[in-house]
Design a protein around this ligand. Structure first.
Ligand SMILES: O=C(O)CCC(=O)C(=O)O
Ligand SMILES: [Fe+2]
Length: 373
């Protein structure tokens, strides 16, 4: 059976090469020395992390996609109240010490520290590596992940549309990364996939992974994985593992999409193909104007706005990008009504427009005639 395309490894890479060959080329890579000279590199075992950060209060979060589906079932059957659903999504609080002490050996345990804000001291130890471009150093975000071996973070893409560098402190993790252009094969439900890879047989899974063009890497302590904005990722904890990410802006247009457009596979593909780093923004100006216009018009409700913007994005995806529709068209009435997704697009569309002149910055970027054009 065909082997999956591996994710390349690189070391001593210059910021310019990183920008051109990976960020703008929308290509993931494992960098072996990205944080090597940083203090964080000394935090190289779960014991050390526990000694230095044991008092840290963390939230134990379930695996997001399955939790959302099972809470939905509970809400529908009345066994779960809206309050307890919100509570479950936030996760129970504990300390990092307590979690590390009782780190379960059963692979079936799905709770974990999943994306808590990295504490300040750890942020300081992490620093900002030279690979992060100077002009992308505002608004950096960092998150912490600590889980038992056998745990999994299911296939999703991140709606902040930031690029991220994931630095591995301890334990191995296996990543599967999939380009946005394969979304139509993934039963996309907003930013999650309805495909559960870990429930497939080995053979089924291998066939499916090569069908979707998945790239694979086993990432070891000390290594850093770069994931381009809007890429799907599925993560398996091969060992009990801890890692911390550093997320940097995918550019003004990424900020515009993340703030003003709901996250589904149409928006993801339109963004990745037309407005992501490395794309010819100027050439896409008329399409951006169409999307911008759909976002700016008044609507009777957030749901009307969601439907109208989705329609414009779907047209751009199908007609302009020749995009394929998923066999299972996820975003129909039922899914649209799922409380968690509804809350996401309602938040987007009830939000005030244009913080810090974001709209105009985005427009001038795509509309600007480059010098010498
Ligand atoms: O490592 C994980 O468990 C998930 C990481 C992830 O989804 C992210 O950093 O965006
Ligand atoms: Fe993620």
């Amino acid at each position: 059976m065909a082997a999956l395309q591996p994710i390349a490894r690189a070391r001593s890479i210059s910021p310019a090469a990183f920008w051109g060959d990976f960020v703008c080329a929308q290509t993931p890579v494992v960098v072996s020395d990205c944080f090597a000279d940083r203090e964080i590199a000394r935090l190289d075992s779960l014991e050390r992390i526990g000694e230095q950060f044991g008092d840290l209060e963390v939230a134990m979060q379930e695996e997001y996609s399955l939790q959302r589906l099972s809470l939905l079932g509970g809400l529908m059957s009345g066994t779960v109240t809206p309050e307890s659903a919100v509570h479950a999504v936030r996760g129970a609080k504990t300390t990092l010490r307590a979690w590390l002490r009782q780190l379960p050996s059963e692979a079936s345990v799905r709770s974990a520290v999943r994306g808590d804000s990295t504490p300040e001291e750890m942020r300081r130890m992490l620093g900002v590596p030279g690979l992060v471009p100077e002009e992308r150093r505002d608004g950096l975000v960092s998150e912490l992940f600590v889980a038992n071996g056998g745990n999994v973070t299911r296939l999703h893409f991140d709606i902040d549309l930031r690029h991220f560098l994931m630095f591995h402190l301890a334990g191995r993790k296996r990543y599967l990364l999939i380009a946005p252009s394969s979304s139509w094969k993934l039963n996309p439900i907003f930013f999650f996939s309805g495909v559960f890879l870990e429930e497939m047989s080995a053979e089924e899974r291998q066939l499916f992974l090569s069908f979707i063009g998945a790239r694979e890497a086993m990432v070891e302590p000390g290594e850093t994985l770069f994931v381009p904005a809007a890429w799907w990722h599925h993560v398996e904890y091969v060992d009990a593992a801890a890692s911390v990410n550093l997320r940097f802006s995918g550019g003004t247009l990424a900020e515009f999409f993340s703030r003003h457009v709901h996250a589904d596979f149409y928006a993801q593909n339109v963004f990745a193909r037309l407005f992501a780093d490395g794309r010819d923004l100027h050439g896409s100006a008329p399409l951006f104007e169409r999307i911008f216009d759909a976002c700016r018009r008044p609507y009777p409700s957030a749901q009307d706005k969601y439907r109208a913007v989705k329609q414009v994005l779907a047209d751009v995806y199908r007609v302009e990008l020749n995009g394929q529709n998923p066999a299972f068209l996820g975003n129909t009435g039922l899914i649209e009504a799922l409380p968690f997704y509804k809350a996401d697009y309602q938040t987007t569309y009830q939000r005030g427009l244009d913080p810090n002149g974001l709209n105009e910055r985005a427009r001038s970027l795509v509309g600007r005639t480059p010098l010498g054009d």
